[in-house]
Design a protein around this ligand. Structure first.
Ligand SMILES: C[S@@+](CC[C@H](N)C(=O)[O-])C[C@H]1O[C@@H](n2cnc3c(N)ncnc32)[C@H](O)[C@@H]1O
Length: 462
């Protein structure tokens, strides 16, 4: 479990706020010497609510003043608390609803959610979480009248335990209904369980880098060792830039499931490859590392900056172009084309629990339209005899299977080239009857799970 809470409290120093903007809810009183860790909890609440309100809300809020004003250790703690609250939001609310006769103001609910995320998920000592929550309640005129309620509810949970909760309550109803319809009741339950805890970190290795040596250096295990680069998994936390091998460019962070699509494309040294939605570049790095001559497109220049940094750090090369892929005015066709299309990203909910809150049902159809257009643009870039891998990190069939079925109907020059899960580091049960890969976060649960991914390899026969 993450010990951030303990670190934050044991540090025993006041968080400086002088001269820096503070969130509206804290403007009533300046923090005193007793306010150790309180500002970090305020920010945790802001991050949680930003994530619940809008897509990318958590990342945006992290880069803005109240969060930026915190010391790095406190910012990391605030983020960990907000993420824990997002992962277990349904369960936390079940616990609270049993103890509250009527709904409290939202600001009070936020305080309680943040406190329970600390005690139940991050194992922050109850005395620290309860006393900071009560202090927070005292500081804001809106929450002050509820100070005793906050104290009573949190002490009650500490005394009696949380009681029974259901992991499925952490999923928004419409998502749970979709996943049940697509994958069945047992898989839905397993998916919900997969989302409760922070997943391990996976590293994709450059070819020639020894997985066993990296695994030892980061206290991890080898998940896959192939000629085109292995995958190592570690439970290590903290800033990856400080880990052994990072500066040398031996590896980059990429979920084990996310490494499968580029392997599926199976590029050989000297082949030409197009990565159509490339940034921040995990798959571009894989294609370049396999020795292909890679063109990396993305419509987002800021995201391509990160791709360029990744290429530089790893000593790999690719031609990088900032352009919407459908508007790319260039006559070239390629041996291999990878389309890692923009999607709802619901398959990454273990790492990014906010995606489930920020995604709306209409987003699925909207993104499916974009994917349809990009797939047709991708098809035009494939040489006769060449390959196209289409993938998304979504669990929604409209962004996976349905796209490929419709694409194959529109494009009789393409057919499925069946995947071999073992060759690409995917679980055997990920193989669909059509020869595609449907990787679910509930797979390999005993080893720490996987992100959700769909990938299909299509070859151009005419
Ligand atoms: C799933 S992410 C790609 C992740 C990347 N392949 C990797 O492995 O690191 C989707 C990307 O598509 C880009 N994108 C969205 N619409 C696009 C378009 N019309 N043309 C090119 N890129 C686009 C987004 O900017 C985003 O970087």
């Amino acid at each position: 479990m993450n010990g951030g809470g303990r670190n934050s409290d044991a540090r025993g120093r006041r968080i400086a706020t002088k001269g820096r903007p503070r969130p509206a809810s804290t403007q009533a009183a300046a923090p005193s010497q007793d306010d150790i860790g309180v500002e970090a909890r305020v920010v945790a609440g802001l991050l949680l609510n930003a994530a619940l309100e809008r897509r990318n809300g958590l990342d945006e809020a992290l880069s803005q003043p109240p969060a930026r004003a915190l010391a790095p250790v406190d910012r990391a703690f605030a983020r960990a608390v907000a993420m824990a609250a997002l992962r277990r939001l349904g369960e936390i609310d079940q616990i609270l609803d049993r103890r509250l006769d009527k709904a409290p103001p939202e600001a009070v609910r936020t305080l309680l959610r943040i406190a329970l995320a600390q005690t139940l998920v991050l194992e922050t000592p109850a005395f620290a979480a309860v006393s900071t929550a009560v202090k927070l309640a005292e500081r804001d005129p809106k929450t002050r009248p509820y100070k005793n309620l906050v104290n009573a509810v949190l002490r009650g949970v500490g005394r009696d335990g949380p009681g029974l909760t259901t992991a499925e309550s952490n999923l928004p109803d419409w998502i749970a209904a979709r996943w049940k319809a697509a994958y069945g009741e047992a898989t839905l339950a397993a998916l919900a369980l997969a989302g409760r805890d922070e997943p391990p970190t996976d590293l994709s290795l450059k070819p020639g880098v020894d997985p066993a040596a990296v695994a030892e250096a980061v206290e991890g295990e080898t998940l896959y060792s192939g000629g085109t680069g292995g995958t190592v998994r570690t439970g290590r936390r903290g800033d990856v830039a400080t880990w052994p091998g990072f500066e040398d460019g031996d590896w980059w962070v990429q979920d084990a499931a996310a490494a499968a699509p580029a392997r599926l494309l199976d590029v050989k040294a000297g082949e030409t490859a197009l990565d159509m939605c490339a940034a921040p570049g995990g798959k571009t790095l894989q294609l370049a590392a396999a020795g292909a001559d890679v063109v990396a497109l993305d419509r987002s220049a800021p995201r391509l900056k990160r791709l360029a940094q990744n290429l530089e750090r790893t000593g790999l090369t690719a031609e990088v172009i900032a352009v919407p892929a459908e508007d790319w005015d260039d006559p070239r066709a390629f041996d291999a084309v990878l389309l890692d299309a923009p999607c709802t990203a619901t398959g990454t909910f273990r790492r990014n629990p906010e995606v489930l809150r920020a995604t709306r049902p209409a987003d699925v159809a909207k993104l499916a339209d974009v994917q349809h257009r990009l797939l047709d643009a991708a098809a035009q870039r494939v040489k006769p005899g060449g390959r196209l891998v289409y993938c998304t990190c979504s669990l929604e069939r409209e962004e996976g299977e349905t796209q490929v079925i419709a694409f194959l109907r529109r494009n009789p020059a393409f057919r499925t080239a069946p995947a071999d899960p073992a060759a690409v580091g995917a679980p055997p049960e990920a193989l669909t009857p059509e020869g595609w890969l449907r990787i679910l976060p509930s797979m390999q649960a005993e080893r720490g799970g996987l992100d959700g991914f769909f990938a299909a390899k299509l070859e151009r026969i005419g």
